[in-house]
Design a protein around this ligand. Structure first.
Ligand SMILES: [Zn+2]
Ligand SMILES: [Zn+2]
Length: 316
C-alpha cells in the first residue's frame, strides 16, 4: 500500500511529500477555469445583491466592514476558494476524505455504473441524484446529534452576505462528501460532472445566502429554491424550524413534508444556543469539533437533538 510509509523514520518526508503533492494538484485546480468561474460567480452574486438592496444594505458593504460573523465567513470562504479547506477537512475527519478515493477504487471492480445513451439525460440524472442526496445529507445533519454539532457552524451566521454559503465546518464538509459523493462516484459520476453541477448552481447558492427579498414566484415554490426559500431554513421563527432543507429544488422538501408554504418571512438569521462569532474562527471550529467528539463517543446517540430540540431548550 502506498498510503503508508515504509519506515517510520521516513514519516516526516512522507507527510511533506503528500502535502506538497496535494498543494500542487490543488493549485492547478485553483488556476483552472472552473474555479475562476466560481470566483466570477461571487462577483456576479454580489452585484445582483447590490442592485436589489442598494449599497447601504448590500452584502458588499457588510463584507467591506465585516462584523464578527462576516469575519468568520471571510476566513472560511478564502479557505474554500483556495482549496485549503479540503486539507483541513482531511485532518479533522481523521483522514476520512483522504482514504475515500482509495476505498472507492476498490469498489470500482463491482461496477455499479449507470449509463444512459444521451449525455444530457446522463447529466440530469446525476444532477437530480446529487440534489436528492444533498437533501438527505442536510436533513441528517440536523437530526443526528453529533452531525448537528458541526453543521451548526453554518447556522451560526448572524447575517447573510453571499459568501456565507461557504461557511461550513470542515468536518461537516467531510461527512457531507462521504454521504453524497461516495455513492455518486460509485454509480459513475466523474469529477467533470461534479464541477459542472457546482458551477451551474453557484450563483443560486450564493443568492440563497443574501438578504435579497426574492421568492421567485411559482419557480421558487416548485422549481428552484429562492433566496427567501433558503433564508427560512436559517430562521429562528418557530414555524420555520426544520423546514426547507433542499439545495437546488424544493421538490424533495415537498415530497418529504418539510417545505414551508406559509407567508411569514424572517428578517434575521441565527440559531439559538449560538456560542460562535465571539472568540474567532479557530476557537469555533475546534469547539464544534470537541462537541462532535462528545456527542459521538460519550453521549447516547440521538436522532432528535437537531434544531427543534435545541430551540425548545432555549427559546428565543
Ligand atoms: Zn441546515
Ligand atoms: Zn444555508
Amino acid at each position: 500500500m502506498d498510503i503508508l510509509p515504509d519506515r517510520w523514520l521516513d514519516l516526516p518526508a512522507f507527510i511533506w511529500g503528500k502535502l506538497t503533492n496535494y498543494l500542487t494538484v490543488h493549485l492547478e485546480l485553483l488556476l483552472s477555469g472552473a474555479l475562476a468561474y466560481l470566483l466570477l460567480a461571487t462577483v456576479i452574486a454580489l452585484a445582483i445583491d447590490c442592485y436589489a438592496l442598494g449599497y447601504e444594505r448590500s452584502a458588499l458593504r457588510r463584507l467591506l466592514r465585516p462584523s464578527r460573523s462576516a469575519r468568520t465567513d471571510w476566513v472560511l470562504y478564502l479557505l474554500s476558494a483556495t482549496r485549503l479547506m479540503q486539507l483541513i477537512s482531511i485532518v479533522l475527519s481523521a483522514g476520512l476524505l483522504y482514504f475515500m478515493p482509495k476505498i472507492q477504487a476498490n469498489y470500482a471492480a463491482f461496477d455499479f455504473r449507470i449509463q444512459f445513451d444521451s449525455p444530457v439525460v446522463q447529466f440530469f440524472f446525476f444532477l437530480i441524484l446529487d440534489d436528492f442526496l444533498q437533501y438527505w445529507r442536510h436533513r441528517l445533519g440536523h437530526r443526528i446529534s453529533w452531525w448537528w454539532q458541526v453543521h451548526k457552524m453554518h447556522h451560526s451566521a448572524t447575517e447573510f452576505n453571499v459568501i456565507t454559503v461557504a461557511r461550513s465546518h470542515p468536518l461537516d464538509l467531510a461527512l457531507g462528501s462521504l454521504f453524497v459523493y461516495f455513492p455518486l462516484s460509485l454509480v459513475g459520476m466523474d469529477i467533470e460532472t461534479l464541477i459542472l453541477i457546482k458551477v451551474l448552481i453557484s450563483i443560486q447558492g450564493k443568492l440563497q445566502h443574501s438578504m435579497v427579498d426574492w421568492n421567485w414566484g411559482w419557480i421558487g415554490k416548485y422549481v428552484l429554491i429562492s433566496p427567501i426559500g433558503h433564508r427560512i431554513h436559517h430562521s429562528c421563527e418557530e414555524p420555520h424550524w426544520d423546514k426547507n432543507f433542499g439545495h437546488i429544488t424544493p421538490l424533495w422538501d415537498r415530497m418529504f413534508g418539510t417545505w414551508y408554504d406559509g407567508e411569514l418571512v424572517n428578517e434575521t438569521v441565527d440559531v439559538t444556543g449560538n456560542y460562535m462569532n465571539k472568540k474567532g474562527v479557530v476557537h469555533d471550529v475546534l469547539k464544534a469539533q470537541l462537541k462532535f467528539g462528545q456527542f459521538m463517543f460519550l453521549k447516547k446517540w440521538s436522532l432528535r437533538f437537531g434544531v427543534v430540540t435545541d430551540k425548545r431548550q432555549k427559546p428565543s
